[in-house]
Write a new protein. Structure first.
Length: 304
């Protein structure tokens, strides 16, 4: 075995560790959202978690010597980062957190997971892509799973826990898919770009909270919840995932790990939140996950 091969093997193992860590953190997010929303309202959680994430990303970029990139990128295309920062995190997480406020965690996380399928639909009008048979089958499987989960298996009766919550969950997939399409055209460092987005978003989120909620410092439980969400949904975990994709010799080796997240998430939802997992959720995920896998074959690994 040559030295180059051994070195790549070590790098792939590092990529696997980073990827598994990211998936583990993302698997806790649905539970973290629900726990934090017991202490904070949506605008408070958005404001505090965005600030924690912005600080964490700034520290990561400082540690990696990328602060000059932040200045370079922001001064080159300020309008781009203003729009992208408003879309993600402000608009996206406003919609997503409202969705979690209205729905059981298992429903919200499973429906939000279909964003990769929504991406295929959105690419038709935006990029001029055509849907092939595989895409159509993935769409049918994915949204059939959504309907089963959202109605708790009562598909014919169309009884929803919260129709507004389901609508917001689907809207979140549309927003994230649009953000993904816009960001994939940007060839600059992804962690630096995300940091600028959050630096732009932090004052906006704080202003929204001050105007429409209460910006007073919450208790330690609320602050801890916001810190966890900011670090392990929005900030540090993205850096881990980005590093894993960069280190891996094959994107699919790491990219496919993300399909573990919704299943592991159910374990946390059941054990920590005490939310009974409905059989319809398992049936729905049995359609959604293969649908996403089918649609993502031979395509870039998803960024969650």
């Amino acid at each position: 075995m040559t030295q180059a091969v051994r070195a790549q093997g070590n790098t792939d193992r590092q990529a696997l560790v980073y990827g598994l860590a990211a998936v583990l953190f993302w698997s806790t997010v649905a539970t973290a959202f629900k726990l934090a929303l017991r202490e904070l309202d949506v605008l408070q959680l958005l404001a505090y978690s965005v600030c924690f994430s912005a600080l964490a990303l700034l520290l990561i970029n400082w540690w990696q010597g990328r602060l000059a990139l932040l200045r370079e990128y922001a001064s080159a295309t300020p309008a781009y980062f203003l729009v992208m920062g408003l879309v993600n995190p402000v608009i996206y997480y406003l919609v997503l957190l409202h969705c979690y406020d209205l729905l059981p965690a298992q429903q919200a996380q499973a429906i939000n997971y279909t964003w990769a399928i929504t991406l295929a639909l959105l690419a038709v009008p935006i990029l001029g892509h055509k849907l092939n048979r595989r895409d159509v089958l993935a769409l049918v499987m994915g949204y059939s799973g959504v309907l089963i989960i959202a109605t708790r298996g009562q598909v014919l009766q169309l009884r929803f826990d919260s129709l507004a919550g389901v609508g917001l969950a689907l809207l979140s997939t549309l927003i994230w898919a649009g953000y993904w399409l816009a960001s994939t055209r940007n060839q600059r460092d992804p962690v630096a770009c995300l940091c600028i987005n959050f630096l732009v978003a932090a004052p906006v989120a704080l202003a929204l909270c001050a105007l429409f909620s209460n910006l007073a410092l919450p208790g330690w439980q609320g602050l801890a919840g916001a810190a966890y969400v900011g670090l392990f949904e929005m900030g540090v975990t993205f850096a881990l995932w980005s590093t894993a994709l960069r280190l891996s010799s094959g994107v699919s080796r790491v990219g496919n790990l993300i399909f573990l997240a919704p299943l592991v998430s159910l374990v946390f939802i059941a054990t920590i939140l005490g939310e009974p997992i409905h059989p319809a959720t398992l049936v729905g995920l049995a359609l959604i996950i293969p649908g996403v896998l089918l649609q993502q074959r031979q395509k870039p690994a998803p960024l969650v």
